[in-house]
Design a protein around this ligand. Structure first.
Ligand code: G3P
Length: 217
């Protein structure tokens, strides 16, 4: 299972990368806005910096919504670094664009996926990754984790190569449930990843071991 961090914050990316467990980064226009990146050139430079920090797939989201514009923007993003994955929204022109990118050797991440049917279309178009949004489904009283199970089952039935990238993760139990259900990748905020470390018995046990070690040092 791959671990991606879902942020455009360089300090958070560095902190996760330093753990030695980070396989990639996902971003979106909201996350870029949150760190104050403004303008096309600044956005491209920021993606380049992220690519230099993490040796893994880095999702860069296009903001065009028509096929022709998507192809142009996606090609520009892909040219930034070989590890760039073009993130494309789940709309009709997006699926057409994913087919184009797939046929031309550009990796893709189909985003804003909320149903098994949408995930099936993304796989048919040859997407490298599909991003079902768990937390946003939970927000509207629909079990987001069930969507992960459904997509994993459908992809396994037909041996699709598209990797299930569980997104919109809000807490550590989302990560654990995604692992149990066979998601290929999780992308999570730093807080959810760091929360996986926590257990009071670990802290208590370490405290006892260190105190006892004082006796024989
Ligand atoms: O990057 C897409 C997704 O992870 C967004 O998460 O928390 O804004 O629903 P969230």
């Amino acid at each position: 299972m791959k671990f991606f961090i879902d942020t455009a914050n360089l300090d958070e990316i560095k902190e996760a990368a330093a753990l030695g467990i980070l396989d990639g980064v996902t971003t979106n226009p909201s996350l870029m806005a949150k760190v104050g990146i403004k303008g096309k050139d600044a956005v491209k430079q920021h993606y380049k910096t992220i690519c230099e920090l993490v040796n893994g797939d880095i999702s860069a989201e296009i903001i065009s919504t028509t096929y022709e514009e998507m192809i142009k923007e996606g090609k520009e993003l892909a040219a930034i670094h070989p590890n760039i994955v073009v993130k494309v929204p789940m709309i009709k022109d997006g699926i057409k664009a994913i087919r184009y990118f797939t046929d031309n050797g550009i990796k893709t991440n189909c985003t804003l996926v909320f149903s098994p049917g949408q995930a099936l279309l993304a796989a048919k178009a040859g997407a490298t990754y599909v991003s079902p949004f768990i937390g946003r489904l939970d927000d509207v009283s629909t079990d987001g984790l069930n969507l992960i199970s459904d997509i994993v089952q459908i992809y396994d039935n037909y041996l699709f190569d598209t990797q299930v990238l569980a997104a919109s993760i809000r807490h550590p139990m989302h990560i654990i449930e995604c692992a149990k259900r066979g998601a290929d990748v999780i992308t999570a905020p730093l807080s959810a990843i760091m929360a996986l470390f926590n257990h009071p018995l670990t802290d208590k046990g370490l405290d006892i071991f260190l105190k006892d070690a004082e006796k024989w040092k």
